[in-house]
Design a protein around this ligand. Structure first.
Ligand code: AMP
Length: 212
């Protein structure tokens, strides 16, 4: 089973992807996470990637593709895959199709998590993460147990660099302009499931499970 989660930033793709991974023991790919890890390691490529992310733009497709290939090199793809935040444009959707076809695989379902942009902005502005264990929290939808401290490490949570007001607006615009054509691509293929992303996490997850 190979699943794709598409949605504007703040739609809850990452949360739902992790729940799917846990339930079905699938392999997980989130380019955003891979890029953030690369940035932490430092170096020339890291600063180039950091700048693009801070501007709310997409990493160039060529680099994106080599990261995809590298990531899955020694992994057992027959376990099934969950893609969170990939593809993010039409070229990536077509590339993913060819990449999977070469392995005699295909995308089985695409879940499009939709929500009003005002809600996406509010959620992103309330998002926090642990700088140590990288656990995610959200003051609106998934608050930490105590103040703004990590439930697991007890240290102060931080905001992601690209969750600043100005970058959020740019990322939402990029979604409309670049990712929406990929949504149409999957709709035409008949694998798209639209999921209302404004509901509580557990309700969305049940909906996804029903549609899987
Ligand atoms: P995310 O964690 O999915 O919100 O992604 C954070 C940032 O990583 C995005 O704003 C992009 O700069 C970059 N990124 C993530 N996925 C992709 C992708 N499929 N193609 C290009 N850039 C990406």
């Amino acid at each position: 089973m190979n699943l794709v989660l598409i949605g504007p930033p703040g739609s809850g793709k990452g949360t739902q992807a992790r729940l799917l991974v846990e339930k079905f023991k699938l392999l997980y790919f989130s380019p955003g996470e891979v890029f953030r890890d690369l940035v932490k390691k430092g170096g020339k490529l890291a600063s180039k990637i950091a700048k693009i992310m801070e501007e709310g733009k997409l990493i160039p497709d060529k680099l994106m593709f080599s990261i995809l290939d590298d990531y899955f090199k020694k992994k057992n793809l027959s376990l099934g895959l969950v893609f969170d935040g990939f593809p993010r444009n039409l070229a990536q959707a077509k590339l993913l199709e060819r990449w999977l076809a070469a392995k005699k695989m295909k995308v089985d379902k695409v879940f499009f998590l939709f929500l009003e942009s005002e809600i996406a902005v509010a959620r992103l502005s309330a998002r926090l993460e642990c700088p140590k264990c990288e656990a995610n929290f959200n003051l609106l939808t998934k608050p930490p147990r105590k103040d703004e401290l990590c439930d697991f490490c007890g240290i102060s949570l931080v905001r992601r660099g690209d969750d600043q007001q100005e970058t959020i607006a740019k990322r939402l615009a990029v979604f409309e302009r670049e990712t929406a054509p990929a949504v149409d691509f999957y709709k035409e293929k008949g694998v798209l499931e639209e999921v209302d992303g404004e509901r509580p996490v557990e309700v969305i997850f049940e909906d996804i499970l029903r549609k899987t």
